[in-house]
Design a protein around this ligand. Structure first.
Ligand code: FPP
Length: 248
């Protein structure tokens, strides 16, 4: 912590409020070492621990990690099962640390599609950390940006039908603000910075609505090799960017 605070190149008063990360490259990391993909995900989980710890140390308000997309259900059953097992063991092993470090866990995505064991581990951890008011850690599991928008629109339509939004059902009452309030991220600031590891320059259906003005940083580093120093150097890079939000 002390070494971070005396780093003269980072202005800790001007950190992003919300960092979102697409954790990619576990499979390639494993392949390079002649290991199986599941071993890559295991090493990826160690990186999750390191990055959560670093973000907590620097007092980042919100960290969102893309752990499993709606498309990832199409991977071989063996890999999906191993990832689900990893999520529940990770949550069980980290629950105490999250609670004691004032970190609140939240899940974004179609939680009801997850195996019962994972749902229980998620609910237990969310429950155990619900009073925490330090960093908010969002884990996106079975998450898809398009399906999140469809869900929001359906929920709005239901409310319109029940007369809960505007008794006259005027289309004018559908606003950006209303859609934002019906996303999984309702009430949260949008990500200021989106990081993607392992070099692919795509968004992969992640936070489509919320990243409208996020700064994007792609690193070639594979997720299991990503570390604290690289995260800090990305934060320095972010601080040197000029954000204009479409204005001059
Ligand atoms: C992408 O790498 C990674 C995933 C689909 C899973 C992410 C999961 C973890 C980092 C493990 C633990 C996470 C938590 C929250 C405990 P890939 O498999 O697509 O890699 P590749 O593109 O090299 O094949």
């Amino acid at each position: 912590m002390i070494s971070l605070l005396i780093d003269p190149e980072i202005d800790f008063t001007r950190l992003p409020r919300h960092v979102a990360i697409i954790m990619d490259g576990n499979g390639r990391w494993a392949k390079k070492r002649l290991l199986n993909r599941v071993q890559g995900h295991g090493k990826g989980a160690d990186t999750v621990r390191t990055i959560v710890r670093t973000c907590h140390e620097i007092k980042l308000p919100i960290l969102t990690l893309y752990a499993f997309s709606t498309e990832n259900w199409c991977r071989p059953k063996k890999e999906v099962d191993a990832l689900m097992m990893l999520f529940s063991t990770f949550l069980k092993s980290e629950q105490g640390k999250l609670k004691n470090n004032n970190i609140r866990l939240n899940a974004l995505g179609q939680i009801d599609r997850l195996p019962q064991k994972v749902q229980k581990a998620l609910h237990d951890t969310m429950d155990a950390t619900k009073e925490n008011n330090g960093m908010l850690l969002n884990i996106a599991v079975s998450y898809g940006g398009r399906s999140e928008i469809v869900r929001a629109v359906k929920n709005i339509a239901l409310k319109v039908k029940k007369g809960l939004i505007d008794p006259e059902s005027s289309p004018e009452s559908i606003t950006e603000q209303l859609i934002t309030e019906h996303l999984y991220t309702s009430g949260m600031d949008d990500p200021d910075l989106l990081i993607r590891t392992s070099g692919e320059k795509r968004i992969s259906n992640f936070l489509l609505w919320q990243i409208a003005y996020s700064e994007i940083f792609v690193t070639d580093t594979l997720w299991p090799d990503f570390n604290k120093d690289e995260l800090l150097s990305i934060l320095k890079n972010y601080q040197n960017r000029e954000r204009r939000f479409g204005k001059l």
